[in-house]
Write a protein that binds this ligand. Structure first.
Ligand code: GDP
Length: 321
């Protein structure tokens, strides 16, 4: 795999490198690891934006409009996806229809669907590495799309600089249906489909969210904003970009961007180590057997979780020697 070709912005090389990253073969993993280390010095020069929202809210329409706008301003836009449905049932919420047709034919865009196998953690891990590859290939805006299902929003929020949630102009229902914790993740709520009859309703919804967000984020340097847009009618798309640009400037001034990325990297490292340890526990036959026995004991009230965990770790340590 040729790092130079990626650095030159060769899209085929980029696509091949992402395929390498997504591969499960040990040899490929090794090669991918080497490639990433070679490219690491050329990564990080982008703004990483997370875009979330329930199916039908207009994510692909927004990404198409927003992406085309950004490219017209001279940017290079990569679109990655974290689709939590594909690893679980083999189907896909996001990938079935032909999405973002216009953008995918644009020279300034690179679109990659969600990896199709592995756990959500695995998919997220591959997406993190794909971000780095896209940055090395000169993409200065990375959009990472996900649906509001399960943990995927949390995964995406933990790998981006700025996280926005798309909503519908329907205050009541949306506030009811809103997932706990999502407002804590959001740097912006973007209310889409603000066109036709929805305009009044959207204005009410905006003030609902503004007060909700004000309570949640009292001290952060950035006060999450609510934007009203119509992705279909191309309304206030420039407003969203202006907001993101302002966020980037402020977060660089406050040294927040660097520290956010550093702490995301640290969390990621910790997660990887924990996952590897869990795998090692499973692969150690003695420990694995003991875990099963102790789980049964725990259910039957023969041991406590604390004592069982001590015993498991002791056995595991001996097994390692
Ligand atoms: P996704 O599932 O979140 O990617 O949603 P889509 O982008 O596929 O949009 C779902 C439907 O909503 C499509 O029929 C779009 O044409 C429509 N839609 C998207 N954005 C807007 C908008 O700004 N206004 C209106 N009226 N319809 C929209």
């Amino acid at each position: 795999m040729n790092a130079k070709e990626i650095l030159q912005g060769n899209r085929r090389a980029l696509a091949k490198a992402i395929t390498l990253i997504e591969s499960k073969l040990d040899g490929h993993r090794l090669e991918a690891g080497k490639l990433l280390e070679e490219l690491l010095a050329h990564t990080g020069n982008s703004i990483r934006l997370g875009i979330s929202g329930t199916p039908g809210v207009g994510k692909s329409t927004f990404i198409e409009t927003f992406g085309t706008y950004l490219i017209s301003k001279g940017h290079k836009v990569a679109v990655l996806a974290v689709d939590p449905s594909s690893p679980i049932n083999g189907g896909s919420i996001m990938g079935d229809k032909t999405r973002m047709e216009k953008l995918s034919n644009n020279e300034g865009a690179f679109i990659r669907p969600s990896p199709t196998s592995g756990s959500l953690g695995g998919v997220a891990q591959k997406t993190r590495e794909s971000i780095l590859l896209c940055e090395a290939a000169g993409f200065d805006i990375i959009l990472i799309e996900t649906v509001g299902v399960g943990q995927s929003e949390f995964e995406v929020a933990s790998m981006v600089d700025f996280f926005m949630v798309l909503m519908l102009p329907n205050a009541g229902d949306e506030l009811q249906g809103i997932k706990k914790g999502i407002l804590e993740l959001a740097d912006a709520i973007v209310i889409n489909k603000v066109d036709g009859d929805s305009i009044n309703l959207a204005t009410q919804t905006k003030s609902h969210y503004q007060s909700a967000l004000g309570i949640i984020h009292p001290t952060s340097f950035w006060k999450p904003e609510v934007q009203l847009i119509s992705a279909l009618e191309n309304k206030n798309i420039d407003g969203v970009w202006e907001m993101v640009t302002r966020y980037k400037e402020q977060s660089i001034e406050n040294n927040e961007l660097k520290s956010k990325r550093a702490s995301q990297n640290k969390d990621w490292l910790e997660k990887l180590v924990m996952e590897e340890l869990k795998l090692m526990l499973k692969l150690s036959p003695k420990t694995n057997k003991l875990i099963q026995t102790l789980e049964a004991d725990l259910t039957n009230g023969k041991t406590t979780a604390y004592n069982a965990s001590k015993l498991i770790i002791e056995t595991f340590k001996k097994d390692l020697k």
